[in-house]
Write a protein of this length. Structure first.
Length: 377
């Protein structure tokens, strides 16, 4: 099977495509895979590093706020809509895919749209509980709309052929064992809190967690690993200014980046993080209790909708960024652990939402669509 993937802009669009591609490569070694992404996007680096062929088109999104600079950007985007369509058509005709898979982001628009025009079956995968604009547009003619969260279906047109598949999760994470991970990390019997705000860091999360770290250190109740991110190199000084000498508290660990995330997440009793779609799928796969702080700076506020899919199933606790303080964060942590079996209950409910065979489901749908196309030929 010849498969063309299109998606990019954020890791949330790229990683699902790479997970599916990796599964196909493992299970069907004769598959031929091409990934089309945005020129200059992070996919330009991540895809070749994962061992897949990569081609690029140049596309950008429209700016909604009215300003002279944004008017200029939108004019440039209008030109790119035309040129990216031409680039996409050329790539598709040269590669001759059996199926195209769109995972979201601006770049998937011209690629999947052109595939449909050329009579090539196309499916899309939506990672979030609230769909992105590109996927909502493409869903009207897509052969299948694969959903990570059942709640997303109500946001698509009634005619969209939606099917629940889940989000693909890294195999090394889903296979991680809690007790083995705790032994490797040298943890004792106290609960472990794992917190992070993304690889770049989130100021509001870091500032609130700084207060939490101080309380964890002083009370000795918890072990805590926090990843503060690339743009928050000021955080160690912040906790020092708050009177926390990390050398005196081995139960507190502060890192710029958490390189062994599967191990740390497996070992954790409670995770404090943003509400990106892939992160939430990983929490579900491992059955982890969480306090979710959705980023308000994302399109369609989709992280809030992602978080609410768990909250309304009693699988997570929500703190909106506008309400976030160190005091409130500490209060929520204490409430979870003060209630007998509180963290375990949240984690068990999260595990009920997990779809561990997402890659298998997606691959099966792809084959079904290709068979349908061939039967019509």
């Amino acid at each position: 099977m010849r498969v063309l993937f299109a998606g990019g802009g954020t890791a949330g669009h790229i990683n699902p495509a790479l997970a599916i591609a990796g599964y196909l490569r493992e299970m069907e070694p004769d598959s031929v895979i091409l990934y089309v992404g945005n020129e200059g996007g992070m996919e330009e680096r991540l895809v070749p590093a994962a061992g897949f062929d990569f081609r690029s088109v140049k596309i950008s999104g429209f700016q909604r706020k009215l300003s002279l600079q944004n008017i200029k950007r939108n004019m440039q985007t209008m030109v790119r809509v035309v040129t990216s369509t031409q680039q996409a058509k050329k790539i598709i005709r040269e590669f001759k895919p059996d199926i195209c898979v769109g995972t979201g982001g601006y770049v998937s628009g011209p690629v999947i749209r052109e595939a449909m025009k050329l009579g090539i079956p196309a499916v899309i995968h939506e990672q979030n509980a609230y769909p992105g604009v590109t996927n909502k547009m493409l869903a009207k003619k897509a052969s299948r709309v694969m959903l990570a969260v059942a709640d997303a279906q109500r946001h698509f047109d009634a005619g969209a052929r939606c099917i629940l598949t889940g989000n693909p999760v890294r195999q090394e994470l889903s296979r991680a064992d809690k007790e083995d991970s705790r032994r490797t990390l040298g943890l004792d019997a106290r609960p472990l809190i794992l917190s992070f705000g993304g690889s770049l860091g989130a100021r509001s999360v870091n500032e609130a967690v700084a207060d939490l770290l101080v309380r964890s250190a002083r009370t000795g109740k918890y072990q805590h690993i926090h990843g503060y991110g690339q743009y928050a190199k000021w955080m160690p000084q912040l906790v020092a200014d708050k009177g926390l000498d990390l050398k005196e508290y081995p139960n507190i660990e502060l890192r710029e980046y958490i390189h062994n995330m599967p191990e740390c997440m497996a070992a954790a009793d409670l995770v404090i993080c943003r509400a990106g779609a892939i992160t939430l799928s990983e929490l579900q796969a491992l059955g982890k209790a969480s306090i979710l702080i959705p980023s308000p700076n994302v399109a369609e506020n989709h992280q809030y909708h992602n978080a609410m899919a768990l909250v309304k199933r009693n699988a997570a606790v929500l703190i909106e960024e506008k309400d976030l303080t160190g005091e409130l964060l500490w209060q929520k942590v204490e409430e979870i652990f003060a209630r007998p079996g509180g963290a375990e209950e949240l984690g068990a409910n999260a595990a009920k939402m997990a779809i561990p065979d997402a890659c298998q489901r997606i691959a099966a749908i792809m084959h079904e669509v290709v068979r349908e196309q061939r039967s019509r030929s």
